[in-house]
Design a binder for this molecule. Structure first.
Ligand SMILES: Nc1ncnc2c1ncn2[C@@H]1O[C@H](COP(=O)(O)OP(=O)(O)OP(=O)(O)O)[C@@H](O)[C@H]1O
Length: 286
């Protein structure tokens, strides 16, 4: 199936930071989570995808084409949901909808009212009176009502309570059911991604260090916990990182460093969570 989003060797230089030959791709019908520590380049990458930041080298392809070839049309096919307030705060959600809808030929009022109802967005209230979570839902209702095929969200779940977060994640899962759309979203909440992301792209200091299926990514690594007496044996396997405590150790290593014999040792081998994987990969790089 065609890539709906494709970045090829995208580079962007700021004074103190650069995106370094960022490449990854996403197909229709899937959700990709975009993770990385603070300041690693997530928002910058998203701004490059949205053509809000000029790229110095490389190429961003959307729906198989580039902004250079097709600027006006491309933007309309993307639903961009982000944290900063982009609406007319003093106007009601209904009036905001009226203004925004006039920009889109493909606007579908019926969908909008259905989503607003499903998401319980009060349309008569001014935007400034809505909670953060409700604003996010309004934003998503807008994105879905102009028939966006690619939904890009920059930290949509940050600051939302667990109930709102779960609702939002269910909505995202629902959106990709017909397999014609794709979702790309950045977040620090890795447990959200374990629930919904088919793929994970991991950025660190402006460089992509992994972009693959969530399951495969997690299966690539193991956490081994064992007593002090086995510390020499674990170190022989050249782990990525070992944390020692008075009682024993916790080691993070590539799964293929363990062979069958070593599985028989008196230590516990676990698959790391996404949060543990992120912690160890970030720590070991510093
Ligand atoms: N317009 C700009 N001019 C100069 N530097 C910038 C600009 N925009 C971002 N940066 C720098 O780029 C780096 C990456 O920032 P970015 O916002 O992309 O990170 P992030 O991964 O989204 O971080 P966070 O998780 O904290 O939101 C930061 O050091 C930031 O200061």
């Amino acid at each position: 199936m065609e890539n709906i989003l494709e970045l090829n060797q995208v580079s962007k230089e700021y004074n103190d930071f650069s995106l370094k030959e960022v490449s990854f791709s996403l197909k229709r019908g899937y959700i990709m989570g975009f993770i990385g520590p603070n300041g690693s380049g997530k928002s910058t990458t998203i701004r490059c995808i949205m053509d809000l930041a000029h790229i110095d080298a490389g190429e961003v392809k959307l729906f198989g084409t580039t902004y250079r070839e097709n600027m006006k049309n491309l933007k309309k096919r993307i639903g961009f949901v982000y944290d900063t307030d982009v609406f007319f705060e003093d106007l009601s959600a209904e009036k905001n909808k009226k203004i925004i809808s006039s920009f889109y030929d493909s606007w579908d009022d019926e969908s909008f009212y259905r989503y607003a109802k499903d998401f319980q967005v009060p349309l008569d209230k001014p935007i400034k009176a809505l909670s953060k979570g409700t604003k996010m839902k309004f934003s998503l209702a807008v994105a879905l009502s102009h028939q966006a095929e690619l939904i890009i969200l920059d930290e949509p779940t940050s600051g939302l309570d667990p109930v709102f977060r779960k609702e939002l994640l269910d909505i995202l899962l629902d959106v990709i059911q017909d397999e014609s759309k794709a979702i790309f979203f950045s977040t620090h909440i890795t447990t959200d991604l374990e629930q919904v992301a088919d793929y994970i792209t991991f950025i660190l200091d402006g460089k992509i260090i992994a972009s693959e299926e969530t399951e495969t990514l997690l299966e690539n690594y193991v956490l081994v916990k064992g007593p002090k007496s086995l510390i020499g044996s674990i170190k022989d396997l050249q782990p990525i990182m070992v944390k020692e405590s008075p009682l024993g150790f916790e080691a993070f290593l590539k799964s293929d460093s363990l062979n069958e014999l070593e599985l028989d040792f008196d230590w516990k081998v676990e698959q790391p969570s996404l949060e543990e994987l992120m912690y160890y990969l970030v720590k070991s790089s510093r």
